[in-house]
Design a protein around this ligand. Sequence first.
Ligand code: AMP
Length: 190
Amino acid sequence: VTRLLMMGPPGSGKGTQAGILADRFGIPAISTGDIFRANVRDGTRLGKEAERYMKAGDYVPDEVTNGMVRDRLDQPDVADGFVLDGYPRTLAQVEYLDDVLADQQVKLDRVVELAVDVEEVVARLLARAAAEGRDDDDESVIRRRQHLYASETKPLIRVYADRGLLSSVNGQGTVDDVAGRIAAALGAPG
Ligand code: AMP
């Protein structure tokens, strides 16, 4: 059983790396961004509530996000572990996740931080936005999301470091390079 968090700024490639880890450990990758986008696509109440925040590059309120994550972590496929990608993003979410895991009498094993150069990430996101036409990806929204990450989410890395859970990995380079570094940091054969 492996319970992991992936942290890093928007565009750091954490979704890709979460997917690789999920395959390797045979556990689900849980991306709150993906769950929100699926709900927006399906026109659910949750999606309608989340959409305006997402479009502005703001965080969806904790009360909405937390309940959604608890529901997901209560699903049976999570019993063998999970990789959470994009959650927690606020201190209140850290505390909420602590409560959910305590209720399940389980613990996180590791928090992986992808450390990247923010200007390089912004350039990559602008290129991706142009290619995909994502409407949450114009330049001001991209910068807003990076700013929110720096002010609200980056401080959480310290919280997990203080708990002795953090592995900080250089996130620059190819997908394979970064995957190899993560594997090494997790102490498993790459
Ligand atoms: P992501 O794909 O992880 O970048 O998430 C896309 C968008 O979904 C974010 O910009 C937020 O608006 C929203 N979102 C995803 N995860 C969270 C979270 N943990 N807390 C609040 N909002 C979130």
